[in-house]
Design a protein around this ligand. Structure first.
Ligand SMILES: Cc1cc2nc3c(=O)[nH]c(=O)nc-3n(C[C@H](O)[C@H](O)[C@H](O)COP(=O)(O)O)c2cc1C
Length: 224
C-alpha cells in the first residue's frame, strides 16, 4: 500500500483565505450560533455539531492525573451553556466528577475555522435528560442500555447479546425508559475563542472572556 513519506507529510500545508474576522457580535452565543449555522450549511462539513471534549481525570491505576479527549455531539445551547449526552459511568463522566473544568473544540477545517471553549461541566436535570432521551431513535435508546461505556468488553458478541436482551425487554414500538446512568452535561463557558485562518499564517483570533468584575464578556484579539 502507498503511504506518505516524511517529506510528503512535512509538505502538507494549505494557505488560508482572505476573509477576515474584523468584529463579532457582543454576545459570544450569538457569534457561535452564526458560525454553527454556517458550518451546518457547508457541504464539506459532516456533523458540524461534533466537538472534541477534553477532561482531566486520573490514570487507569488511579495514581496520577491524566488528560483524555474524545468527540461528542452538541445537542443543545441553552441556559448559558453547551450540552451533550453520555453515559454517567464513562471515563469522561468520572473525570468530570473529579474536576469539572473541561474544554471543547469545534474543528471546522473546510471553513478554516475553529472555536475553542473552556468552561465548567455540570449534569443537566433528570427531566432534561429524559426529554432528550425520548427523542432518540429506538435503536439508540436500546444501545444506551446495552453499553457499559468505557468498561472493558470481552468480545463484540457480548455487546450484541446485551443489545438483543434489551431489545427483547423493550421491543420496537414500545416505550424505552432512560437508563439511570445516561444523561447530559452542560458546559458553562468562561472563555470562547473564534479562530479564522488568514493569509501568511496571520490568522485572526478573538477570545471572549468573562470579566472578573461584571458578568459581561470582554473580547481580546490575540497574536496568531
Ligand atoms: C462523531 C462522533 C460523535 C460522538 N458522539 C458522542 C456523544 O454524543 N456522546 C458520547 O458519549 N460519545 C460520543 N462519541 C463517542 C466518544 O468519542 C467516546 O468514544 C465515548 O464517549 C467514550 O469516551 P470515554 O471513554 O472517554 O468516556 C462520539 C464519537 C464520534 C466519533
Amino acid at each position: 500500500m502507498e503511504k506518505l513519506d516524511r517529506e510528503a507529510i512535512a509538505a502538507m500545508r494549505r494557505s488560508y483565505g482572505e476573509k477576515g474576522l474584523e468584529s463579532l457580535p457582543a454576545d459570544p452565543f450569538k457569534a457561535f450560533a452564526d458560525w454553527l449555522f454556517e458550518a451546518h450549511q457547508n457541504p464539506f462539513i459532516v456533523e458540524a455539531n461534533a466537538m472534541v471534549l477534553s477532561t482531566l481525570g486520573t490514570t487507569a491505576n488511579g495514581v496520577g492525573e491524566a488528560i483524555s479527549t474524545r468527540t461528542v455531539l452538541l445537542k443543545d445551547i441553552s441556559e448559558g451553556g453547551f450540552t451533550f449526552f453520555t453515559n454517567y459511568s464513562s471515563r469522561k463522566a468520572h473525570a468530570i466528577e473529579l474536576n469539572s473544568q473541561v474544554t471543547l473544540l469545534f474543528p471546522w477545517y473546510p471553513m478554516e475555522r475553529q472555536v475553542s471553549i473552556s468552561g465548567f461541566a455540570e449534569k443537566v436535570s433528570e427531566q432534561e435528560s429524559s426529554e432528550y432521551f425520548a427523542t432518540r431513535p429506538w435503536s439508540s435508546k436500546i444501545g444506551a442500555w446495552a453499553s457499559a461505556q468505557s468498561a472493558p468488553l470481552a468480545s463484540r458478541a457480548e455487546l450484541e447479546e446485551r443489545f438483543k436482551g434489551a431489545s427483547e425487554k423493550w421491543p420496537e414500538g414500545t416505550d424505552v425508559p432512560r437508563p439511570p446512568h445516561w444523561g447530559g452535561y452542560r458546559i458553562t463557558p468562561i472563555s470562547i475563542e473564534f479562530w479564522q485562518g488568514r493569509y501568511s499564517r496571520l490568522h485572526d483570533r478573538l477570545r471572549y472572556e468573562r470579566s472578573n468584575t461584571t458578568s459581561d464578556w470582554e473580547v481580546t484579539r490575540y497574536y496568531p
